[in-house]
Design a binder for this molecule. Sequence first.
Ligand code: ATP
Length: 451
Amino acid sequence: MDSSGKLEQRPAWTRERISAALGESLVRLIATIAKHAHAENAAIYLAGGVVRDLVLQRENTDLDFVLEGDAIAFANKLARIYGGETERHIPFGTAKWKLDSAAINNLSLGSGAIPAQIDFATARTEEYLAPAALPVVEPGLIAQDLLRRDFTVNALALRIEAESCPWDMLNPGKGYSDILGKKIRVLHDRSFIDDPTRMFRAFRFASRFGFAIESGTAEILREAIPVIQRLSGERIRHELDLILREEHPERIIADLSALDIFAQIHAAFRISARSAEQFQRLREHMPKLRGNADETARLGWHLLFSGIAEDDALLICARLGLTGELSSSIAGFARLLEKLGWLGAPASKASAITRFLDGISATALRAALICNIDKHSAKERLELYLADWRHRRSAIDGNELIRAGLAPGPIYREILDKLRDAWIDGEIESQDQEHELFLKLVKEAQAWYRG
Ligand code: ATP
């Protein structure tokens, strides 16, 4: 029976059915792994997102195994037998088995979508000693492991038998019926207080699957919102990064923004009213990024700041622990958006604009163009900078200044900059004119030194 009392029509998880969803290579890989677990008398389960997506018939090759046994030792053993490396996380009893080409070969996996890594975790129980802090974990049974999870729809597991099928589905949180009913529901009332990252996850899954957040869950979520202030910047950053990698981040951002969740991260973190339109434009721009998910996410990070002044942007980046490079790029983006009026004004010289834009990263410039700048003249100038001005260089270099007998010093940079500016502003248009200006600037510098 499901939670509403209706009889669930759960399909039998036959080999054919699973193979149709995951591909035969992956099913063989799962059975091989199960054979080794059973040789050690450890029950093994496929759990979490991959099982949810099997039910939803969505593609997912991220295999997460849970063992009632020592997962780290087990992953190490597989790596010793088949090759590849393991990355261990001892406090949580988890290990990633990273498959290399030798391991793929030794496992005789053939063609088909093979994951680059496979996750193993020891079945565990958790205790949260303080809100928003990481839990203390202890080995446990699979049902306990499933019930400690974020949402019922992620609290599903398949018990893997190496030789026989169908595989049993474990559904202790009634997540199966929530998938059918398109609901995101927590497994207990303290869930968001224990771990407020689940708020971000709730909206992310709801948006991705077109599910609703169940009304009781929505209520306890709203009550727990202030606990976000206790989350570390790194954990929030991770969640925002995952959101920016979704197909429609703007929907999730709008949901979070409607509940003032960004303001809990930092008081100045306000999402622009034009955010949805900007992410739509980012999607249109994506073919140019040729599937580069990291660059798409980086552009998304900039768009999140499109309504924020530079000083505030820097404070928010610090709160999120963003790296130096990304945070200075975002600050440059914010600075650029603040200067659009100046950028588009007829009196602003091309050379001054070039110097200003030279200090702003390529990603920030791209993000500004994606923002569909209203000020047409500013956009035109940004495009001119990208196509032409930024490439302009004087043919004259420091050696010619030495030959001209000028003592080396900061004056060299000044003269070379002035020559570049003159090219950009159209004050010189030929090598002869450049040479004439060069002689004039050298003469002025010598007079200045003498005087
Ligand atoms: P995706 O489809 O985005 O990869 P996923 O469901 O596979 O999502 P992961 O972040 O890879 O999620 O985590 C794997 C599983 O671990 C989840 O399905 C969920 O059961 C559990 N989990 C992850 N994060 C949390 C959390 N903050 N609290 C409780 N359980 C979690």
